[in-house]
Design a protein around this ligand. Structure first.
Ligand SMILES: [Ca+2]
Ligand SMILES: [Ca+2]
Length: 240
């Protein structure tokens, strides 16, 4: 009987130590998003592969629970993998908005993708089709209330084939940006006018190239975003 009690005490202590070391989950009561924003103040956004810069955007780290150091940034345009680094996060736990970095529209382009480059895993794009495993490594939540209302929390899974699927390896709060939901919106955003896309060239990093106007009418809203963007690319003589 005494032995049974001892075993029970050891198990209880192990459980307490284990729970103290456990990582917080992303969702649910007491989880990361509840702690940061309150569950009543977030709505998940599922169309989050492409983004547009609505002005001077800002990206700020809010947490990291991962073995890998996370390099966060973006990929200008709608395809290609020219990753632009914004900041690295190596601290484990909640972060009060640091490090942070501005997102300039002349650098991201009108439409861009977010990117996360973990130290020991491939670079992941917010656009699943860019990724080596074809998986969606970023979940997005619109913050609807509180101090961060209007911002988005973007939450990354850093392991190939989505690993443990906890999506809390890096949590970044972004504002001044918005997801691109459909082709009609692409037209409204100005893809029918002139787009500046950053290109590396003889003068180093900051070289810009102007592409000609291509019309994408709102009547094409029934088509997929990719089809509308393909038309835009073709009209530009092919953007890589
Ligand atoms: Ca996603
Ligand atoms: Ca994970």
């Amino acid at each position: 009987m005494k032995r049974l009690v001892k075993v029970g005490v050891v198990c209880l202590l192990s459980a307490i130590v284990g729970s103290a070391n456990a990582e917080p989950v992303l969702l649910g009561s007491g989880g990361i998003l509840d702690t940061l924003y309150g569950l009543d103040n977030i709505v998940e956004i599922y169309n989050d592969e492409l983004w547009t810069n609505t002005g001077e955007g800002l990206a700020a780290a809010r947490g990291r629970w991962a073995g890998y150091v996370q390099d966060f940034g973006y990929l200008p345009g709608i395809s290609g993998e020219e990753f632009e680094h914004l900041f690295s996060v190596s601290t484990i736990g909640y972060l009060d908005g640091a490090p942070s970095e501005v997102l300039l529209p002349e650098e991201t382009g009108v439409v861009f993708r977010f990117g996360d480059d973990p130290s020991g895993a491939p670079l992941w794009s917010s656009q699943a089709g860019d990724n080596s495993d074809g998986a969606d490594h970023m979940r997005t939540f619109l913050i609807t209330g509180g101090e961060s209302a209007g911002s988005y929390a973007i939450c990354w899974e850093d392991l190939p084939n989505l690993g443990d699927m906890d999506y809390q390896d890096l949590v970044v709060e972004v504002n001044g940006v918005a997801p691109v939901p459909e082709p009609a919106t692409v037209a409204l955003l100005g893809l029918s006018t002139v787009v500046l896309l950053r290109r590396r060239g003889a003068y180093g990093r900051a070289k810009y190239r102007t592409y000609p106007a291509v019309n994408i009418s709102s009547s094409e809203s029934g088509k997929t975003l990719q089809a509308a963007v393909a038309k835009y690319k073709a009209g530009c003589g092919g953007i890589k």
